[in-house]
Write a protein that binds this ligand. Structure first.
Ligand SMILES: NC(=O)c1ccc[n+]([C@@H]2O[C@H](COP(=O)([O-])OP(=O)(O)OC[C@H]3O[C@@H](n4cnc5c(N)ncnc54)[C@H](OP(=O)(O)O)[C@@H]3O)[C@@H](O)[C@H]2O)c1
Length: 313
């Protein structure tokens, strides 16, 4: 029988843990803070902005809101980032995407210092993931024995991008073995597809990455033990393309004209063949915000360790 991977269950679990640890820090007089920067009035970004504010409140993280109009200059945007970089109350900064077209998004994320890049999208965070310098974070709740290998040992301050990190956590939560499995990632964006493929590699899966230039997507999907799709193309993944017993993670989000939210996967036909499948909504989405909260908490904890070297034992 097909099992549904309910992201809300994992998300609640992560949020509860975050709330407890935030409270513990508060007991030592330490507040955890997240900066949120929204430029313009993209409705999807505004929705995510509000959802993040609500989630912060729920776990006791203080949010600092920066809302700029769509015609704000690049310098004004950079000024906000620079002031967050030096503001001790702010442990992490999330920039909502997309930014207005005339603003170079890469330039903006690269201005966030790695220690506060809790969405993990800056070039240093991306590089550290690719170099296996930050993948230890995905083993925290998983295979602890790997921490004995030097490449998985925590040594630096950067964070894994929230959505792909959430996918890995969801797979772990539902007991999906990744080592030795053939994982097919559909989509190669910097925010989702590429970091997810690196994380699956760190988990020792055999990884194939497909994209718009892939000639025969069905061929690769038909050989996949795990399918992770992040394209935003409705019904791209159909039941006849996946193999019996595959694990299917739908990261895509598309809002239809009537407001319905759908993913990349033709849920009904794929569900008949998959062993595990995520719904949309209610799959990867809720876990993404939880990972942002957890990354922000870890940033605060790390700052305190750095300030008090004796605590590092
Ligand atoms: N659930 C969540 O929390 C969450 C978080 C972030 C994003 N998302 C959703 O995930 C989706 C992807 O986000 P993104 O930021 O990665 O988007 P993106 O930057 O637009 O990237 C989309 C990727 O999909 C590929 N693609 C598009 N059409 C395709 C096709 N017909 N066949 C194969 N590959 C195709 C593109 O290939 P090329 O590179 O070759 O163009 C690209 O790599 C969106 O729907 C987004 O809303 C969800």
């Amino acid at each position: 029988m097909t099992q549904i991977m309910d992201g809300r269950v994992l998300s609640d679990k992560i949020k509860n843990n975050v709330r407890k640890e935030v409270e513990q820090l508060r007991g030592f007089g330490i507040e955890v803070g997240l900066g949120l920067l929204l430029v313009g009035d993209n409705p999807a970004s505004e929705q995510y902005f509000l959802a993040t504010l609500k989630a912060c409140k729920k776990v006791g993280i203080t949010s600092y809101e920066f809302k700029l109009s769509g015609n704000t200059s690049v310098n004004e945007v950079l000024n906000v980032i620079h002031s967050c970089n030096t503001d001790e109350r702010i442990n992490g900064l999330l920039v909502l995407f997309p930014l207005p077209e005339r603003i170079n998004a890469r330039r903006v994320v690269n201005e966030i210092i790695p220690g506060k890049d809790v969405d993990g999208l800056g070039a240093i965070s991306v590089g550290r993931l690719a170099a296996d310098e930050s993948t230890f974070q995905i083993f925290r709740e998983g295979s602890y024995e790997l921490l004995h290998e030097s490449r998985f040992r925590p040594s630096i301050s950067s964070f894994l991008p929230c959505t792909p990190f959430g996918v890995i956590r969801l797979l772990e939560f539902y007991g999906v073995e990744m080592k030795g499995m053939h994982a097919v990632v559909v989509g190669k964006s910097l925010a989702v597809g590429k970091p997810l493929s690196n994380m699956l590699l760190a988990k020792e899966a055999t990884v194939t990455v497909c994209h718009r230039g892939t000639y025969d997507l069905g061929h690769f999907l038909g050989h996949a033990d795990i399918v992770c799709s992040a394209t935003g193309v409705r019904n791209l993944i159909r039941g006849d393309m996946v193999r019996e017993g595959a694990v299917v993670v739908d990261i895509g989000i598309k809002v239809l004209d009537d407001g319905t939210i759908v993913g990349d996967v033709d849920y009904e036909s794929v569900k008949k063949k998959a062993s595990l499948i995520t719904p949309v909504p209610g799959g990867v989405g809720p876990v993404t915000i939880s990972m942002l909260l957890e990354n922000t908490l870890r940033s605060a904890q790390r700052n305190e360790l750095l300030k008090s070297p004796l605590m590092m034992g």
